[in-house]
Write a protein of this length. Sequence first.
Length: 133
Amino acid sequence: MIQETRQAIATALGRINGLRTSATVPDNPNIPMAWVEPSGITYDTTFGRGMNEYDYDITVVVGRMADIIGSQVALDAYADPSNAKSVKRAVELDRTLGGLVQDCRVTGLTSYGQTSFGDATYLAAVFAVKVYS
């Protein structure tokens, strides 16, 4: 279930023009790029153990800090729910992720700032996703 959901979220993010996606954390991201990681599970949230709640993080990395203004503009587009590049909009276009889950939604932007890969520093944002299955 976890791997299939990660892949379904990555596939949904693939609707965003120009954004590379991965269901797992890449060794060396090719930016702009987004990947999906599980961040928590709450088991047995309904009577009779009928549902679990899964939390996932979507990390979006856009550009080097050397181009801080351009990187912020690019990252802001992914964060803006009304933008064509919106992470929230892309994931929630099909809230069942192709019938895999009962519901999912992007609940917020939880982090916005620097991240490093190798010797380079990039600008990134982390989005929280809640999945009910």
